[in-house]
Design a protein around this ligand. Structure first.
Ligand SMILES: [Cu+2]
Length: 190
């Protein structure tokens, strides 16, 4: 496994490290847009968050994703040492297709489990069904319910790019000086 650290600007006590564990059923192409790198030989790229090792888990269902069917995202950031969720994670989630942004929102999870359900509809613009949290300036899923997004996302087959930018951890309103960004290529079948 390859490790790397990245000094955060302006805050020299903070080293960003993050281990991404993919628990996907489908084969995803990894594109590292910024800080992260792919681990050698397996799907575990690493970075560092403080002195913790964090694992980003991303499950997507169904596998493969089918156009016009509901798509479920299950995302969590775990402390690799303790196995506990890292709580109060703020993520900027962006989905693009053919260079067009079809979804972008800041989402937050207090307990560390973030679930999103995309319901493909013709409604344009898309609608987010979740509470908005002013502190984190994000939508929050409550008590295990997914954040529901209805709209023209995953309505057509083709390749989609899903980007997660971790913008904050541990607190609702404290943000990382440099977000950690991960991009996934998701093929959607017709
Ligand atoms: Cu929180």
């Amino acid at each position: 496994m390859k490790s790397f650290t990245k000094a955060a600007e302006g805050l020299n006590f903070l080293k960003i490290s993050c281990l991404v564990v993919l628990t996907l059923n489908l084969s995803l192409d990894f594109i590292w847009a910024s800080a992260a790198e792919m681990g050698d030989g397996h799907n575990m790229p690493t970075a560092t968050l403080d002195n913790r090792q964090a694992a980003l888990m991303f499950n997507i269902g169904p596998s493969p994703v089918i156009a016009e069917k509901n798509v479920d995202f299950d995302i969590k950031l775990m402390d690799n040492k303790t196995g506990n969720n890292i709580s109060h994670v703020t993520l900027l989630v962006t989905i693009t297709k053919a260079g067009q942004r079809v979804f972008t929102e800041s989402l937050h999870t207090h307990d560390g489990n973030l679930k999103i359900q995309f319901v493909p509809t013709a409604a344009n613009p898309y609608k987010v069904n979740a509470n908005y949290d002013g502190l984190s300036a994000s939508y929050v899923s409550d008590f295990g319910n997914p954040i529901k997004v209805s709209g023209p996302i995953f309505v057509m087959r083709g390749n989609y790019t899903v980007s997660f930018e971790i913008t904050g951890v541990d607190f609702d309103n404290v943000f990382l000086p440099t977000p950690i960004k991960f991009d996934f290529s998701i093929p959607v079948a017709g």
